[in-house]
Write a protein that binds this ligand. Sequence first.
Ligand SMILES: NC(=O)c1ccc[n+]([C@@H]2O[C@H](COP(=O)([O-])OP(=O)(O)OC[C@H]3O[C@@H](n4cnc5c(N)ncnc54)[C@H](O)[C@@H]3O)[C@@H](O)[C@H]2O)c1
Ligand SMILES: [Zn+2]
Length: 244
Amino acid sequence: MDSLTLDSKTWLLVLTGAGVSAESGVPTFRGMGGLWEDQPVEAVASPEGFRKDPSLVWRFYSERRKGAAAVHPNPGHEAFVAWERHLGDRFLLATQNVDGLHTRAGSQRVVEMHGNLFKTRCSGCERPPFDDATVYPVGAVPACDACGKRLRPHIVWFGEYLDPADLERIETFALQGATSGRLVFLAAGTSGAVFPAAGIVDRVRRAGGETWLVNLDPAENSSRFEHRVVGRSGEVLPGLAKLV
Ligand SMILES: NC(=O)c1ccc[n+]([C@@H]2O[C@H](COP(=O)([O-])OP(=O)(O)OC[C@H]3O[C@@H](n4cnc5c(N)ncnc54)[C@H](O)[C@@H]3O)[C@@H](O)[C@H]2O)c1
Ligand SMILES: [Zn+2]
C-alpha cells in the first residue's frame, strides 16, 4: 500500500462522507437503501417534504439525533485528529456528515458542508442556528421563540444550496496550499455522487495537488484520483500516513 507522507510542506484537505461513520454504526445513505420507513428519503430531507409534513421530518431527525448521540467516533475519525495535531493550520477537514462525530473525536478545523444534526434554525427569521439535541415527541413541530414560525433542522436538504462561506473556506485553503506548499487532497467514505463535494478532486488537480481516495466500494469519481485505497476507513486511515 502507498503511504501518504505528511511533512512540513504539506497542506492537507480532507473530505469525508457517510462511509467514515459506518464503522461507528451510523447507516450510510446507501445502507438505508435510499428509503426511510418505505418513503423516499426526499420526503424527510427536502423543503417540499418539510412543507408537506413537518412532523414527519422532525420524527426522522429526532430519531437520527437519538442514533447519533448513542454512537462513538471510530479509529478513522481519530486518525484525522492525529494528522491535524501534526499539521495545525495546514489541515482542513470538510465533511458531508451531519452526525458531529468529527468534532466529538477532537477535530477542530472542520467545515460541516451539509449542516449538523445537533443544530436547529428558524424557517421564518434570521435568528442564527443554535445547538439543539432535543428528541421531539412524535407529532411535535417546534416553533421559534422569536417569531413563532416553524423551526427546522440545520441540514442542507436535497435541492438546497450549500453555505457559500463554507465553499470559500475550502477554496481559500486549497489555493493557499497550492501556492505556498504541497497540496494534498484525501477523500474517504464518500460515493462521489453529490456535488459540489464530488468536484473538489478536479479542483485540486487543476491546482497541481496530489489526490487520494479511501473507500470501501468504487466511488463514482474514483478514476479522478491518483492514489486509491480500497478498504474500511477505520482500518486503512490509522496506518496510512507517515508523519515526518
Ligand atoms: N453519517 C452521516 O452524517 C450521514 C449518513 C448518511 C447520509 N448522510 C448524507 O447523505 C449524503 C450521502 O453522500 P455520501 O457520499 O456521504 O454517502 P453515501 O452513503 O452515498 O456513500 C458512502 C460511501 O462510503 C463507502 N463506505 C461504506 N462503508 C465504508 C467504510 N467503513 N469505510 C470507507 N468507505 C465506506 C461506500 O462504499 C460508499 O461509496 C451526504 O450528503 C450526507 O450528508 C450523512
Ligand atoms: Zn424565527
